[in-house]
Design a binder for this molecule. Sequence first.
Ligand SMILES: [Zn+2]
Ligand SMILES: [Zn+2]
Length: 344
Amino acid sequence: MNLTRKYLPFHEDIMAKPTGPVDVSQTLMNILNTTGKFYGVRGSFGINDPRIGGHTTCHTLKFGKRLIIFDTGSGMIDIGNELMKQYLTPGTTIRDVDMFLNRYMTAKSRIEDLGNAMVDSGLLNLEEELYVDIMYSHVHMDHLMGLAAFKPIFSPKTHINFFGGMHDGMTIEEVSQRNVFVHPIFPVKHEWLASKRTYTTFKPEDEFTLDCDIGGKIAVKILPMNHPNQSYGYRFEWAGNVVAVTLDHEHDHEYDRNIVELWDGASIVVTEAQYDQEMYKTRKGFGHITARAAARHAQTAQPKLIYTTHHDPDADFALVEAIARTIQVRSGVETRYAMQNMTF
Ligand SMILES: [Zn+2]
Ligand SMILES: [Zn+2]
C-alpha cells in the first residue's frame, strides 16, 4: 500500500467527479466464493423502519462453509432463527421452539437444565452440529443487545468461536458474563448456556489465520479504530481478494491511517458512514465518520466497492442514500447502502 498517495485535508472540498457507474461485477462476491447478508443496518439504536430496516448492526460473511457473524445487534434474532431451521427435526418450526421455551419457563423449570431439556424435547436433529464464528468490532449496546436473542447459543448442538479485543480492560467473555448473561439483566446465566464456546482475545494490531473448507487459509488483520471504549477493524485476505469490515470509527484530522490500511485495494469494504456534515456539527466525538471523510479515505485506499451500514437512527431513506452517493461522487468508488435482509 502507498500512504504517500495524495489526499485532501479535512475541510477542503473535493470537486465532484462524474457519477457514471463504476465497472464492478454484481457477482463479485460470488466470484470470491464469499457471500454476506445484512441482518441489522442501524447504528446506536434500533427503530421501526420497514424500508431500510430497524434492527441494530449485524451482518454475516461466508467464506466457503465458514460462517462469520459480525457484531450481535438485534439482527441476531433473525440470524438465530435462520440457523436454527437448519438443525431442527424435520417438521419442527421455530414456533415449536418458542412454545417449548415458553412452556419450560412457565413451568418454573431449572434454567440450568435448559440445554438437556432441549435435547430431550426431540426438537433438535441430533445429527446436525452448528459451527459459527462471532466477531466483535466492539461491545457498545447496539452491537451486543442481540446476543441473548440468538437461539442457537442455548443449544448443546452449537459451537461458537468468539473473537474480540479488550474494551476498558474487559474481554468479550467477561462482557458476556458480566453484562449479558447475568442476573438481573437476563434470566439465563453465562455458565448455564448449553452451547460449546471458545473465546479468542486479539491484540490491537494482531494477525491470524482461519481455516477454510474450500482451500487455503483466510488471513485476518486487526487494527484499532478511533471510537469511545475502543473498536477494531478487520481485513480478510483470501485467495488474493480482500474484504474489509470497519464498523464504528471516527475520522481524525485528515484521515485515519488504519482505516486506509484496512481498505487499501479491498474488493469489498463494509463500513459505517453515519453522518453528513450537518449532523456532524452536533455529534463530534460520538465516534462516527462523515460521508465526506469516508470519501477521502476511499479516494486514498481505492477499494473496488463500498457498502455503508450502521445508519443513524435519525437518518431517513433520503439521507442514507445521499451519504452513499456523496462517497461515490467524491471518491469515484462505487458505493451502495445496506438494507436489512440484503445479500451481497
Ligand atoms: Zn454502533
Ligand atoms: Zn460504538
